[in-house]
Design a protein around this ligand. Structure first.
Ligand SMILES: Cc1cc2nc3c(=O)[nH]c(=O)nc-3n(C[C@H](O)[C@H](O)[C@H](O)COP(=O)(O)O)c2cc1C
Length: 193
């Protein structure tokens, strides 16, 4: 059976980010589940705020092209999404918007979002665990970009207490839920690729 290739990143580049830690937990878990994991941080892919004039002048930023190609080199993508005012972070939305604008050669529009599977997680110190950002992100990916997003997702509330001193998730039930989401991501990635 082919080894599923999964890309993992968070929608925050904040030092100590709850979501960067969730992404790191997911990446470690995926590796244990025999997936081939690429774990990146958006800090390495800075982009200007999307502006049509900028695009008309200079095209898409090199980092948008790089990320788009990275998406296309993977059968699955796990995104850990923080919640800002009941939605996704501007960093994440800007990144996804720029990627959606990259079209190379004769490929169909939104190629980076097609033919692969997405799974979502989110962490917040509130009681809802970034749940509303997951709904917003699902809308962006599914309705906006035509992506396949698996129904299973993980919302991690009270995130300030969720990790131990090594940044591992403390609660067994949470780890079990994360594993369930990732197993479904792996299974769906295998089916599709
Ligand atoms: C502009 C702004 C809006 C926020 N809105 C929400 C919110 O709607 N719901 C929530 O649970 N947390 C909200 N927060 C708190 C974030 O969840 C918190 O900053 C969290 O640490 C961000 O994720 P990170 O740790 O991965 O950077 C907000 C934070 C900021 C800066």
């Amino acid at each position: 059976m082919a080894i599923p290739k999964i890309l993992v990143f968070a929608g925050s580049i904040r030092t100590g980010s709850f979501n960067a830690r969730l992404a790191a937990n997911a990446a470690r878990q995926l590796a244990l589940m025999d997936a081939e994991v690429t774990h990146i941080s958006l800090v390495d892919y800075p982009m200007p705020l999307y502006d049509g004039d900028h695009e008309a002048r200079s095209g898409q930023p090199e980092n948008a092209v790089k990320l788009k190609r990275l998406f296309m080199a993977h059968g699955g993508v796990f995104i850990a999404s923080p919640e800002y005012n009941a939605s996704v972070t501007p960093l994440l939305k800007n990144t996804l918007d720029w990627i959606s604008r990259v079209r190379e050669g004769r490929e169909a529009p939104l190629a980076a979002y097609k033919d692969r599977v997405f799974a979502l997680g989110g962490a917040s110190n509130g009681n809802y665990g970034a749940m509303r950002s997951l709904l917003a992100l699902r809308q962006v990916l599914e309705i906006g970009c035509g992506a396949l997003v698996i129904p299973d997702q993980i919302a991690l509330p009270r995130a300030a207490d969720a990790y131990d001193e090594n940044d591992n998730l403390k609660d067994e039930q949470t780890v079990k839920r994360l594993k369930g989401v990732l197993q479904r991501l792996i299974d769906m990635t295998r089916q599709l690729t």
